[in-house]
Design a protein. Structure first.
Length: 146
């Protein structure tokens, strides 16, 4: 059985806002299936979505904005971390498993996340922003399984 992603997963993996993802759905750039009022997408549908030039440009810009927004804050009330990880992963099942671990881990820890896989280099770039302890926890988990 194929793994399904919801809108929230697409938001986390792409770094795009929910509104942008839903606009892309309306435009037909993101194709999925609506079941019981909830959109769901296969890994193949998500990958096809990311391969579109308009979408890939938006994803790159949004990923970079996580770092830029983090740097703009001059004074914080509590500690914060912004981490950029480059993790090797073979295309296919290994990359899909890594993507799922990143999405699940960042959602569970309340981290802002961007995930982009570059097939040519066989590397996933992950940007995490949020609590230093939570980010470190996810990095440790990813390091052990990668």
């Amino acid at each position: 059985m194929s793994k399904w992603y919801g809108v929230e997963d697409v938001v986390c993996m792409s770094g795009l806002s929910e509104r942008t993802v839903r606009n892309y759905l309306s435009m037909g750039l993101l194709v999925g299936e609506k079941v019981d009022g909830t959109w769901r997408f296969t890994a193949e549908q998500f990958e096809a979505f990311l391969r579109q030039e308009m979408v890939s440009q938006s994803v790159r810009a949004k990923a970079n904005s996580i770092v830029y927004d983090f740097l703009l804050v001059e004074k914080r009330r509590e500690g914060a971390a912004c981490l950029i990880l480059d993790l090797p992963a073979a295309a296919g099942a290994a990359e899909a498993a890594l993507r799922q671990r990143v999405v699940d881990g960042s959602n569970a820890r309340g981290l802002r996340c961007s995930y982009r896989y570059q097939a040519a280099s066989g590397c996933a770039r992950v940007i995490l922003e949020g609590s230093p302890a939570q980010a470190a926890s996810l990095v440790g988990e990813l390091s052990q399984t990668n």
